[in-house]
Write a protein that binds this ligand. Structure first.
Ligand SMILES: [Zn+2]
Length: 222
């Protein structure tokens, strides 16, 4: 028998996702960031949804993705939902959309990790009025992307990477705003390409990265 994931998470002791410290000081009773790590999270100045890919957030994203830790990934998704959906509802600057989708990983990568972090993050942002829609398929992997030095080089590598799926869903979303969730935006080449393909399909893409690398010329990791 397998337990529902949310139930298992609820039964776990409240611990900081980044440092493992008991997060009794956190306002969120579930797994989240402790007050010390929370203070080190740096909201991005360029995207209302994003934080800089540094410190505790980078630690947690790496643990979720490369450590293939689905419990940490779920905790991260829940924390992001709290920060940008629940907290933002009260804000007049809240960004609104009609649906939420994500930048998909190639199926071989998803198979290796066991889950797709952008998909999990996107599902945490979905609401009854803002459904999760699976609109893109990654046609191929781009192993050269990690070595690509320039923004132009990355843009040319990702061109043609995504295709539209579910034409009826796309048609129903014509002229509607759709959040396009990604976990880490480096130069923006991948997220821009996903948005470009969606735009061609007639929807209005709204990029929603969780994290943004602070320096474009920093070591690239996809
Ligand atoms: Zn912590």
């Amino acid at each position: 028998m397998t337990w529902p994931a949310d139930l298992v998470d609820a039964l776990l002791p409240a611990r900081c996702l980044a440092c493992g410290e008991s997060s009794s000081t956190s306002t969120n009773p579930r797994r989240s960031f402790c007050a010390t790590c929370d203070e080190q999270l740096e909201p991005s100045s360029t995207s209302p949804s994003a934080f800089l890919y540094v410190g505790p957030l980078a630690t947690v994203i790496r643990r979720a993705k490369y450590g293939r830790d689905v419990a940490v990934a779920r905790g991260l998704a829940r924390w992001w939902h709290q920060r940008i959906v629940v907290d933002a509802t009260a804000s007049p600057a809240a960004v609104v959309a009609d649906a939420v989708t994500f930048v998909p990983a190639h199926w071989t990568r998803r198979l290796r990790r066991g889950f797709d972090l952008p998909a999990l993050l996107a599902s945490s942002l979905a609401l009854p009025s803002v459904p999760l829609v699976d609109l893109l398929v990654a046609r191929r992997r781009d192993p050269r992307l990690a070595e690509a030095a320039s923004k132009e080089e990355r843009a040319s590598i990702v061109a043609g990477r995504f295709e539209l799926r579910a034409p009826e869903t796309i048609a129903a979303l014509a002229e509607k705003r759709v959040f396009v969730v990604d976990d880490v935006r480096t130069t923006g080449a991948t997220l821009n390409e996903a948005c470009r393909v969606l735009e061609r399909g007639g929807v209005i893409p709204v990029p929603m990265p969780l994290a943004i690398t602070p320096l474009v010329n920093a070591p690239l990791k996809e």
